[in-house]
Design a protein around this ligand. Structure first.
Ligand code: UGA
Length: 433
């Protein structure tokens, strides 16, 4: 058994590392030669808990890294995990995946199975990818080779755990001998996980359903948190915790905050909205979820301006630039959007993040200040805004706060809500008495 994985981002590199660490023969393929070089040396191109050690274990087990897609020739299974970035109208860019699939077609052998893990809108596999593969390979899908949609549900910051123990495995495609083989492979790999076998377009839609529901939960709790913020004494966390006890609701993804960010939820929401619009279904509800998310940042800015007035030339500290803790990823991070807006307003921004400073520097260069320590970041600051739920920020105490010029803290994640701090403390979702 030999497996090729094309596209070594969070999904592809995690899968390649986990499978090879378990002893499966794997070739990890990425067109970026620099990235390949780094990975071959056991260095991950981004920070992800447990990934580096899993990769190094995989490399010891002869995980091969290559930039040539033609290397798929000798593999039984081919996983496609390349990105499908967002276009300006919200739809997804398919050129990268089409190019990869075309090269796969050129090199395809009989009985190979291709799994599409990349997120694509319903109909893409059947209407766009399958015809390319059949034309290029001069073979028939379902008869000569397998083509299966296999969406991924891993979260950044728990990518390795999620790759090893997914909550579900979805296999979309025709019910052929290839599907039977795929079912067998996944049931051996994840004996405790339910496998859902369906058609291509349903599998593609499941991915969007999953992410848009998560986005919905977040916008729901954010809207409630905005109501609570205006009810003296109300606390959104107690509300979320309690409704989460109702099994029909569930406790996860009910943490109010500055809005959802990252490379997936915002992109998938926009792609689904764009798709629904194109096929003539008005996505009114999804539109509201997205709008609620986009408006959430103004909640933070108005709290800030209520406290400081005009922010021009004022030193403001942003704590956390990654889109969530335990990652250095700042893609579509709300914190980055906030910094941009505050820089436009003339504020002097100083930032701290335990992992994402290097990525943040690439965006703002010398327009803002960067700090390695929280104390340094807060010294002489007129206001601190906590944007990311890094556990480091729960250690902020009065000794640190006293270094500030004005002791104003805006906590978008309520990390310090239960601490006895000597500051003008404002938090999203907490109504101040
Ligand atoms: C998301 C999904 O959770 C994964 O299941 C999916 O596989 C992935 O997208 C993808 O499509 O590839 P991820 O982007 O890693 O994963 O991040 P999440 O953990 O979903 O967080 C997204 C955003 O929502 C973050 O900004 C986070 O701070 C925010 N969030 C999350 C909240 O504000 N409140 C919550 O309760 C949960």
């Amino acid at each position: 058994m030999k497996i090729a994985i094309i596209g070594l981002g969070f999904v592809g590199l995690s899968l390649a590392s986990v499978l090879s660490a378990n002893g499966t023969k794997v070739i990890g393929i990425d067109i970026n030669k620099e990235k390949c070089k780094k990975i071959s040396k056991g260095v991950t191109p981004f920070f992800e808990k447990d990934l580096e050690k899993t990769l190094q274990k995989g490399l010891k087990n002869k995980l091969e890294i290559s930039h040539e897609v033609s290397r798929i020739k000798t593999c039984d299974y081919i996983f496609v995990t390349v990105g499908t970035p967002q276009k300006s109208d919200g739809s997804i860019e398919l050129s990268m995946i089409k190019k990869v699939v075309s090269t796969i077609g050129d090199n395809l052998n009989k009985n190979q199975i291709i799994f599409i893990k990349s997120t694509v809108i319903p109909g893409t596999i059947k209407n766009s990818l399958l015809p390319i593969l059949e034309k290029k390979s001069r073979m028939k899908a379902g008869k000569d080779f397998g083509l299966i949609s296999n969406p991924e549900f891993l979260q950044e910051s728990s990518a390795i755990k999620d790759t090893k123990f997914p909550h579900a495995v979805v296999l979309g495609g025709y019910k052929t001998k290839f599907m039977k083989k795929a079912e067998k492979f996944f049931s051996k790999l994840h004996p405790k996980t339910q496998i859902i076998v369906t058609n291509h377009q349903t599998a593609e839609m499941i991915k969007y359903a999953n992410n848009s529901f998560l986005a919905t939960k977040i916008s729901f709790i954010n809207q409630l948190s905005n109501i609570c913020q205006n009810v003296p004494g109300a606390n959104i966390d107690d509300i979320a915790k309690t409704i989460g006890l109702d099994p029909r609701i569930g406790k996860l993804f009910l943490n109010a905050g500055p809005g959802y960010g990252g490379s997936c939820l915002p992109k998938d929401m926009k792609a689904l909205i764009n798709f629904a619009d194109r096929i003539g279904v008005k996505p009114t509800f999804l539109n509201e979820v997205e709008k609620t998310n986009q408006k959430q940042i103004s909640n933070i800015i108005s709290l800030l301006e209520k406290k400081l007035g005009n922010v021009n030339k004022k030193k403001i500290t942003i704590l956390g630039t990654s889109f969530k803790p335990e990652t250095d990823d700042i893609r579509d991070s709300i914190s980055i959007k906030l910094i941009r807006k505050l820089v436009e307003k003339g504020a002097r921004i100083t930032v701290h993040d335990p992992k994402a400073i290097e990525n943040t520097k690439r965006v703002f260069l010398d327009k803002i200040e960067y700090n390695k320590s929280i104390i340094e970041a807060l010294t002489k600051s007129q206001c601190a805004i906590i944007m990311t739920q890094w556990k480091e920020y729960s250690k902020i105490n009065n000794n640190i706060i006293k270094k500030m010029k004005k002791k104003i803290i805006i906590d978008s994640r309520r990390i310090l809500a239960n601490k006895n701090i000597d500051a003008d403390y404002q938090a999203i979702g907490i109504g101040i008495d």
